[in-house]
Design a protein around this ligand. Structure first.
Ligand code: GAL
Length: 386
């Protein structure tokens, strides 16, 4: 076999983890939750500056992704054209600016004929789009599933996956078919992350007729997905709503804690220019982020369910465990974890570190219990002592 052909075949068939991308869940910012179609070059540059100035970049947020509505048409050669009014300098110049801030740049497209907001989709343009993105310096592609009636999901995503690999540029591939064909069963090796539910809404427990889901409804849908995540292939319960106004401080802490315990991508979705200190402190809590980014890459799971009181646990690379004591109820409640819930012998002496108080709670044997406010969590890291 010709050597070049052999290399091409090897790269095309390579599982996603083997390309070394997204070995921990991607972190960054996406325009959709707050700005919808109101995206522009100015917003993206300001957001790049804000990622740096607020300490978000230092905390690990890296990918700056423009969601739907940046594109308007195709040119005579079939190449995608950015909105000239909103992105007057073009995408290459914008990607250069983002890279100049030490960040990575991402875009959005759709596997069908049009995006969800009726901009041109990538169907039958996968190769030219992948080449265009690579030439612009794109590092991340979110790929949606509107206007794809009659298309085979796996085949459509595999096409763009191959096109991205053939482009020669390392590009994280984010699959967004809303969990409808159980992508956790087929998407490892095709993309690096896949949405596992419909669209998140900026509310605790709401649900929309069209499939939008509040934070708690999304959490419940993740409970059985832990076997399918790992380095290079992650379940994606959608982007963060922290800082968008619809959640209380306790609910925002719970939202962020769960995304970390679930090894979810942490894509902030708020306006970073002038966010409150409270929002910034949640989004940049390094001890919680370290749980998300733990190199073992295991997704956490529910280990105890006592109605409104739940315990969730994520094993960590150093032998410690991250634990969430969760109170879904409307009044404060005492929530406890017994060592047998988290596969520790009852007599094990354990150091408990509270990740929101940022303080050690002390040494405990057998169980740890705390009072948890309504819709709130106590999140701890428990480390068995020698
Ligand atoms: C939805 C997707 C959202 C957002 C939106 C843009 O399908 O789930 O995250 O990308 O399309 O139109």
């Amino acid at each position: 076999m010709h050597a070049l052909l052999a290399v091409v075949l090897l790269v095309a068939g390579m599982p996603a983890a083997a390309d070394g991308l997204a070995l921990t869940p991607p972190m960054g910012w996406n325009s959709w939750n707050k700005f919808g179609c109101d995206v522009s070059e100015k917003l993206i540059k300001d957001t790049a500056d804000a990622l740096v100035a607020t300490g978000m970049k230092d905390a690990g947020y890296q990918y700056l992704v423009i969601d739907d509505c940046w594109q308007v048409r195709r040119d005579a050669e079939g190449r995608i054209v950015p909105d000239p009014d909103r992105f007057p300098s073009g995408m290459k110049a914008l990607a250069d600016y983002v890279h100049g801030q030490g960040l990575k740049f991402g875009l959005y497209s759709d596997a069908g004929t049009g995006t969800c907001q009726k901009r041109p989709g990538s169907k039958d343009h996968e190769d030219v789009d992948a080449r265009t993105y690579a030439a612009w310096g794109v590092d991340y592609l979110k790929y949606d599933w509107c206007n794809a009636e009659g298309q085979d999901t796996r085949d459509s995503y595999a096409r763009m996956s191959r096109a991205l690999r053939a482009s020669g540029r390392p590009i994280v591939f984010s699959i967004c078919e809303w969990g409808s064909t159980k992508p956790w069963l087929w998407a490892p090796g095709v993309g690096h992350l896949w949405r596992s539910t419909g669209d998140i809404q900026d509310c605790w427990d709401c649900g929309k007729d069209w499939g939008g889901l509040g934070v708690v409804k999304i959490i419940d849908l993740q409970a059985d997905l832990h076997p399918f995540a790992g380095p290079g292939h992650w379940n994606d319960p959608d982007m963060l709503e922290v800082g968008n106004g619809g959640l209380s401080a306790a609910e925002s802490r719970s939202h962020f804690s769960f995304w970390a315990l679930l090894a979810a991508p942490l894509m902030a979705g708020n306006d970073l220019r002038g966010m409150s200190a409270e929002t910034r402190e949640i989004l940049t809590n390094r001890e919680v982020i370290a749980v998300d980014q733990d190199p073992l890459g295991m997704q956490g799971r529910k280990v105890r369910d006592d109605g409104d009181r739940e315990v969730w646990m994520k094993p960590l690379a150093d032998g410690a465990k991250a634990v969430i004591l969760f109170n879904r109820g409307a009044a404060p409640a005492s929530v406890g974890v017994a060592w047998e819930d988290v596969s520790l012998a009852p007599r094990t002496k354990v150091l408990v570190r509270d990740l929101w108080r940022k303080a050690d709670a002390g040494s405990f044997t057998g169980r740890y219990e705390a009072t948890v406010g309504p819709h709130d969590v106590v999140m701890v890291r428990i480390t068995p002592q020698p």
